[in-house]
Design a protein around this ligand. Structure first.
Ligand code: FES
Ligand SMILES: [Fe+2]
Length: 421
């Protein structure tokens, strides 16, 4: 096994461009990162009833997530055992069984092979169907309705893996009794750029806002005072570097032009509900802008009353496929859901005015650093190094924006997993 740990320099806080552009590094990531980490799959609100299913990916593997008759969630590779054809080609649905489009083998939603055309005539009833069920992903666990799965049977629990990130996820997913629900529809799109560039930006990159989103600020679609750093550093406006490569950005802004009344009232109600459920330190932060990444590739972003969650799927070193859903509090009235839906499409969706700025940069970066000469010179992740603090009120290593402490944590974790051991 190749040891790639030399591509990250922990002392200098630098990362080699090869981490983003090299084919061999990319191949090893599939095994050592996507084969070992907990990967986000779906939210329980998408699968309320027995027979409900969604299809998704774990790294490059197509998977089928099923709610079985007993209510249990099971995850299978979405690939037929006969010739490997992709079984289910829908994003979402309800089914008791899945029939392969190639030769018609049929599996129930517990993965059992229950139908084989010409079983008698062509197989002489000698095929042992019990041996040829769908391949199951061994570990599936949830946190606050967020379903994750892991290919590594011996991995630590999801609870331990998320660690202190749970405290921050609770600001969104545990602030009301009903929690969050997925709004209908899935956005998915292909994008140039390495998956880590997107994951690291959501982990802790406030720094790009002034330059990459400058045009938005110029036309007044930004904070009322024109800056994205907040005015209560350390307390409310901060970034948190968390264990296992996770990271969180937290700050409060008043949007120029304010927000529509129904949304403002809804947010006040949600803050009041949060005070009943969360600790005082957490309740202080509810209603802020939250942006975060659960390592490796699950990110969230909430502001203007909506939440977008997304997975940056690797598609070679130079490309990714984004799966993104909008979410809203289960208690939100229909007019608020409609406002949130429009806000999300306007800002963070394939046609979103912010989203497009970011996507442009990720593709742009891998193109410009793919050359053989450029690869020899590292990228700089030194911002704020050594200046983080711990805080009795909140977990993680804290620093006000802007800093790259959290982002570099992504590469510390990457290095730990990509060493040769
Ligand atoms: S590939 Fe599925 S039945 Fe042949
Ligand atoms: Fe951005």
């Amino acid at each position: 096994m190749t040891d790639w740990s030399h591509l990250v320099d922990l002392e200098k806080c630098t990362v080699s461009p090869r981490v983003f552009v090299d084919e061999e590094v990319y191949r090893d990531e599939q095994e050592r990162i996507f084969g070992r980490c907990w990967l986000y799959l779906a939210h329980e609100s998408q699968l309320p009833s027995p027979g409900d299913f969604v299809t998704h990916y774990m790294g490059e593997e197509s998977v089928l997530v099923c709610r079985t008759a007993s209510g249990k969630i099971r995850v299978f590779l979405n690939s037929c055992r006969h010739r490997g054809a992709r079984m289910c080609r829908l994003d979402v649905g309800n089914a008791k069984a899945f029939t392969c489009p190639y030769h018609g083998w049929t599996y129930d939603n517990q993965g059992r092979l229950i139908g084989v055309p010409q079983f008698k005539e062509a197989y002489y009833e000698e095929l042992n169907r019990e041996d040829w069920g769908l391949i199951e992903v061994p570990r599936v666990e949830s946190f606050r309705g967020l379903i994750f799965a892991c290919f590594d049977e011996n991995a630590q629990s999801l609870d331990a893996y998320l660690g202190d990130m749970k405290w921050y996820l609770d600001l969104i997913f545990n602030k009301t009794e009903g929690g969050m629900v997925v709004m209908p529809g899935l956005h998915r799109w292909n994008l140039g750029g390495n998956w880590k560039l997107a994951a690291e930006q959501f982990n802790g990159d406030n720094y790009h806002t002034g330059a990459a989103h400058e045009s938005m600020l110029k036309i007044g679609l930004g904070p009322a005072n024109g800056q994205f750093l907040g005015d209560r550093p350390w307390v409310r406006d901060f970034e948190a570097k968390l264990e296992n490569g996770h990271g969180w950005i937290n700050f409060k802004i008043d949007m120029a032009g304010g927000v529509p009344d129904p949304l403002a009232h809804h947010m006040e109600r949600m803050q009041a509900a949060a005070r009943q459920r969360l600790t005082p330190a957490q309740s202080e932060l509810v209603g802020c802008v939250h942006v975060g990444t659960v390592f490796p590739n699950f990110s969230i972003l909430t502001f203007l009353g909506f939440l977008t969650i997304r997975v940056w799927h690797p598609r070679g070193p130079h490309n990714m496929e984004v799966y993104s859903w909008g979410m809203i509090e289960q208690e939100a009235p229909p007019e608020v859901v409609e406002i949130a839906r429009k806000m999300q499409i306007l800002t963070f969706s394939p046609s979103g005015i912010f989203e497009q700025d970011d996507g442009e940069m990720w593709g742009n970066s891998v193109k410009a650093m793919s050359g053989l000469h450029r690869r020899n010179f590292p990228l700089n992740y030194q911002m704020g190094a050594g200046h983080g603090r711990t805080d009795p009120d909140k977990p993680g290593l804290i620093h006000p924006p802007s800093t790259e402490i959290g982002i570099f944590g992504v590469y510390e974790q990457w290095q730990a997993l990509m060493g040769g051991a």
